[in-house]
Design a protein around this ligand. Structure first.
Ligand code: ADE
Ligand code: ZN
Ligand code: ZN
Length: 235
């Protein structure tokens, strides 16, 4: 996601942390909000020392297979990244600095897990090779879903983080059910639908945004609620 997307996930999660988690996370983040640190995972990409974390932002596997049935990439992927963050945070032998690092990464990666094109096809790099026009400008299918749909909407992350769609406590609990293995399959299903929603070179604009903006917002909401669940269980 773009910066606004990740911040929205952080903000929604923050609203759904229990008291103890809020205290421990607040202490680790020196009082910063989840939204404030949600882009850490992308911010460190420019620094070569962090190169080994680059494959953690996405996962590619065949659309007719489940993640749990394929051989995991030895370089790591989004799911292995999330699991490693959880492990480092739980490990009594981790330094405080490591816990802070992996907490910030975890906040970022649970967001990426809910960007469907981060669970896309290897052959087009999660839609990066599918060129499109968006309101007359060049883009690609990956960037359309990372950034264009959200950013051109001109809403702040706090506006995007209001309960929308409006759901009951029961529905929230329902969204929080399952594990990252269920959530990755859900994102892959959505990615398949999104691949079918365009043809390479197509000109897109209002009609596409009208059709998919609620899907984007729904993914941000799910990402935030599930990040809260993951953190509430960790702390
Ligand atoms: N970003 C860069 N490469 C990617 C890939 N293969 N899948 C998804 N996102 C990516
Ligand atoms: Zn990312
Ligand atoms: Zn992306």
């Amino acid at each position: 996601w773009s910066q606004t997307g990740h911040r929205t996930v952080g903000e929604i999660a923050e609203q759904n942390l229990n008291r103890k988690t809020k205290r421990v996370v607040g202490e680790l983040l020196d009082g910063q909000s989840l939204a404030a640190v949600a882009n850490f995972g992308d911010d460190i990409k420019a620094d070569k020392r962090y190169a080994k974390f680059s494959p953690w932002h996405y996962v590619n596997y065949p659309a007719d297979k489940k993640y749990t049935d394929v051989t995991r990439s030895p370089k790591g992927d989004l799911i292995q990244g999330i699991l490693e963050c959880e492990r480092k945070i739980k490990d009594e032998n981790s330094s405080r600095a490591d816990k802070v690092f992996y907490l910030k990464m975890l906040i970022h990666l649970v967001g990426d897990l809910h960007q469907p094109m981060h669970v896309g096809r290897l052959e087009d790099k999660g839609g990066n090779d599918i060129e499109l026009k968006w309101f007359g400008r060049n883009t690609n299918l990956h960037r359309l879903w990372d950034a264009n749909l959200i950013d051109d909407y001109q809403m702040s992350y706090t506006e995007l983080a209001v309960d929308y769609p409006k759901i009951t406590k029961r529905e929230k609990k329902q969204i929080q059910k399952g594990t990252i293995y269920d959530w990755v399959e859900e994102s892959q299903d959505l990615a398949n639908e999104i691949y079918g929603s365009v043809t390479a070179g197509e000109r897109l604009g209002y009609a596409y945004r009208y059709k998919y903006m609620d899907v984007v917002r729904n993914q941000l909401q799910k990402g935030g609620l599930r990040l809260a669940k993951v953190l509430n269980e960790l702390f």
